[in-house]
Design a protein around this ligand. Structure first.
Ligand SMILES: Nc1nc2c(ncn2[C@@H]2O[C@H](COP(=O)(O)OP(=O)(O)O)[C@@H](O)[C@H]2O)c(=O)[nH]1
Ligand SMILES: [Mg+2]
Length: 153
């Protein structure tokens, strides 16, 4: 039952992202601490234990695969010298989930910069790809509304 429920969630996600392909690679991006690992762990079916964390100094990539969806997760900010390590994932991805911490007013401008850089990247702007902007942590008392977040972005 738990497994079926989780699969339903992933199917819904495919629907929201408008994905019709059989095998799709989803990139989950955002600043560190925005909640990417938490979201991805919620999406994981209970039998998907293969969490492939590839730690490098100051940089990590998480991956998991479930039925036809494969997820790659990484932090986008701060470590521009690691940029070339994750940029090559853009080419092979079919959809993006960009996670924003709605409570992090100070770094909203950094999130915007990273989003702009992403969307202007040569491997991104030359094609059409669904992007889900995930205004996370809306439960926080100081959280900005999703409308406010989208205005700032
Ligand atoms: N209040 C609140 N905290 C969250 C939410 N999602 C994640 N967090 C917390 O934010 C912190 C960073 O989350 P994490 O998933 O590690 O972020 P990542 O660096 O983007 O992978 C953790 O302490 C989480 O428990 C949320 O929706 N609401
Ligand atoms: Mg993480």
């Amino acid at each position: 039952m738990f497994y079926a429920g989780q699969m339903g969630m992933l199917d819904k996600l495919s629907g929201w992202l408008g994905l019709k392909k059989k095998e799709v690679n989803v990139l989950c991006l955002g600043l560190d601490n925005s909640g990417k690992t938490t979201i991805i762990n919620q999406l994981k079916p209970s039998n998907t234990q293969t969490q492939d964390i590839v730690p490098t100094i100051g940089f990590n990539i998480e991956k998991f695969k479930s039925s036809s969806l494969s997820f790659t997760v990484f932090d986008m900010s701060g470590q521009s010298r690691y940029r070339n390590l994750w940029e090559h994932y853009y080419k092979e991805s079919h959809a993006i989930i960009f996670v924003i911490d709605s409570g992090d007013k100070l770094r909203m401008v950094v999130a915007k910069e990273e989003l702009d850089t992403l969307l202007n990247h040569q491997d991104m702007c030359s094609r059409r790809m669904p992007v889900l902007l995930f205004a996370n942590k809306s439960d926080l008392r100081e959280a900005m509304s999703s409308v406010k977040v989208s205005q700032l972005l």
